[in-house]
Write a protein that binds this ligand. Sequence first.
Ligand code: NAG
Ligand code: NAG
Ligand code: NAG
Ligand code: NAG
Length: 561
Amino acid sequence: MGDRRTRGADGSTGVLLWFLCCCASEKQVSAQIRYSIPEEVEEGAVVGNVAKDLGLAVGTLVERRFRIVSGSKDALFQVNQNNGVLYVHKNIDREELCDGTGACLINLKIAVENPLEIHYVGVEITDVNDHSPSFTEKDLHLEIAENTLSDTRFELQTARDADVGLNSVRMYLLSSNPHFELELIDNGDEDKVPFLILRKAIDREQSTNHSFILTAIDGANPPRSGTLNITVTVVDVNDNRPVCGKDIYSVTIQENAPIGTTVLNINATDTDEGQNGEVEYALGRNIKRKVHDIFNLNSLTGEIRVIGPVDFEENEVYKLTVQASDKGQPPLSVDCRVVIKITDINDNKPEIEVTSLSNMISEDSKSGTVISLISVTDTDSGNNGKVLLTISEDVPFELKPSFQDNAYSVVTKGRLDRELVSHYDITITATDCGQPPLSTFKTLTVQISDVNDNSPEFSQNPLELYLVENNPRGESIFSVSATDKDLNENAAISYHIVRGEGTQNDMASFLNINSDNGHISALKSFDFEFLKTFKFQVVATDSGTPSLSSNVTINVFILDQ
Ligand SMILES: *[C@@H]1O[C@H](CO)[C@@H](O)[C@H](O)[C@H]1NC(C)=O
Ligand SMILES: *[C@@H]1O[C@H](CO)[C@@H](O)[C@H](O)[C@H]1NC(C)=O
Ligand SMILES: *[C@@H]1O[C@H](CO)[C@@H](O)[C@H](O)[C@H]1NC(C)=O
Ligand SMILES: *[C@@H]1O[C@H](CO)[C@@H](O)[C@H](O)[C@H]1NC(C)=O
């Protein structure tokens, strides 16, 4: 019957019900009961004794069909007809049931029949801290350039918490780190937004990454929290110059070092990253053209090699600057100083220079007569310059040092005799003290000029002439000849017969001599019976100044016919 009535009330008496309902409501509003329970209580938990609180007799509840009649949410609660208690029938999740942050109220309609009464009961579901703050992403990666100014802000994501009030996010903490601090900024909404503030400049060359943790905490006791891992990668900026490996690169190489020889490696380093830290090299702008022909710098490796002749005599030391630049935009550079010293090797012969020379000297020159002045030079250094001078031993000449360094005179030593040696080749040798020694020589040719120091000479003295009597007058009867070791006039001989002895045997006046060739002719025909023997003298005289002469005696024997 009750079912039918209910159906009747639901179907045909709708208007009446509505009336009753509204009539009753005026009374019921004031009598309305409100309970409060936390969410997530266990099933069966008692909300309150509704029957008692409504003033209904407990013993009539079954008969009057005491029950909840309101909508779908009624399934969360049930009433006990035996004792009138309202209890939790299903787990209640406040966050599932209600949106937003306002109160979460569930209205229940409780009905009894005979007579019909409708009572309104409100149950407020209070929040329990059953959610932790959380971030949508688990980690956050930021890239920040190392030259970023202090106090620059970086917005972080806010944390969410489904709970309300104190149970929702109340504060943020940043794990301690030397560079960043946290600042919360009101965005006009209820939530505050966390920002990262750069307090102390970051330097990629000190640390490339910084990691820390942002923690969001709710206001409950005990609190719940959620974390966000933050990694900051420091983006490089070209803020470091390359640095030379050494203050001064100093190296010594030998003169004439072969082409391709490595002189040294320059190594500049740059702590920046990528192109900002890649170093390339170039010879300084003010380096002489010539240096480029001798040394080559590898722009990538910094290696300096020999590519041309290294000549100590041309340059003993090269001072270069090498510019090391990174490839940043704009690039930064540094000048590395390089000193290349060249050691001498004995690659130059001494040189002899004849500053004056008398090609011709007289054979009667006194000992010590200067015939030549010479000077010696050697372009090498040290012992390689140092020169010893020698002169051939078999000549009557010697070297005398002069007051000037490396200058010498060549002088005569002892007597000269043109008739023995008419010219000399004098060899002068200069030898340096290098290892191995190098030497050079020079030959001076000297002619000895003649002096009239030899008389004409007859090969034999006296001479004997056998003359047959009755010789025809004017005919040649004899010939004499003298020689002279001197030259030219000093050796040009003329002959004459010595006359005027005035003796009875003086036959010289009957004789004639050709002064040029010494041919003697007789002006008289001799007679054995009258004169058997006589003698005369022929003098040979040279044409020197003064002239020299000698004589020969000729003994004449007349032969009988
Ligand atoms: C820094 O972070 C980058 C990017 O996350 C990573 O590749 C690198 O390995 C990290 N370096 C260090 C030293 O932690
Ligand atoms: C966050 O950082 C902590 C400590 O550095 C680490 O143990 C954890 O695995 C990190 N979590 C993530 C999601 O990277
Ligand atoms: C230059 O120096 C750096 C650091 O000292 C080293 O790693 C590199 O190998 C060197 N390069 C050369 C060409 O010597
Ligand atoms: C001939 O020679 C001798 C010996 O040298 C010398 O004594 C003499 O005076 C000379 N006679 C003449 C005429 O020159």
